[in-house]
Design a protein around this ligand. Structure first.
Ligand code: ZN
Length: 187
């Protein structure tokens, strides 16, 4: 089964990611495009502990966080705000600022927006960003390397087209972009 696409337009985005459930479902579908499989025992059924963003294996009860291995891991920012941030960052010019992100998302703290932006950018510029750790899943990306970097490439350089979110689950889903630095920052 193909991985889910990431929306390209505002209306599509709004329709698909209206709720936390929508976002969580998207994460699950991205991580297990062929259906859930328990990392411990291989069982293919689990139930959701939605309040904690966990899937619990219905056989061995192993719990897997739906945000582990993503930039959203351990965040207290609502998932739909992360999704908005990813959409904004991937569809805007490289100069998209933390202040703009803060205003667009209505975040109370500039530091929160700044941290989110840094994580998203780091996830996007990583060369080996097309894997989700542990699953071997490739997340093909429509985002060229460097498009979210701290040094905006020249406007005419190849591969710097903006305005296109990843046609598949974007690299912003990828892990590794820092570890737990949101802890205590976001509230
Ligand atoms: Zn299991």
């Amino acid at each position: 089964m193909p991985r889910p696409d990431f929306p390209r337009t505002l209306s599509e985005f709004q329709a698909r990611f209206a709720t936390e459930d929508d976002c969580r479902g998207y994460l699950v579908a991205s991580r297990w495009p062929d259906g859930y499989q328990c990392p411990r025992c291989g069982h293919t059924e689990a139930y959701e502990l939605t309040t904690r963003r966990l899937l619990q294996c219905s056989s061995c009860r192993h719990q897997t966080s739906v945000t582990s291995c993503t930039v959203m891991h351990r965040t207290r920012v609502p998932l739909h705000l992360w999704f908005w941030a990813a959409y904004l960052v991937t569809t805007h010019t490289p100069g998209f600022s933390a202040l703009q992100l803060q205003r667009q998302l209505g975040l109370n703290r500039y530091e929160t927006a700044w941290t989110m932006l840094q994580k998203l950018r780091r996830a996007m510029v990583r060369p080996e960003r097309d894997r989700i750790a542990g699953t071997g899943t490739t997340l093909a990306s429509g985002i060229p390397p460097g498009s979210g970097g701290s040094h905006p490439p020249s406007r005419n350089a190849p591969g710097t087209q903006t305005g296109r979110a990843g046609s598949r689950a974007g690299p912003w889903l990828d892990a590794s972009a820092g570890s737990g630095t949101l802890h205590g920052v976001v509230g």
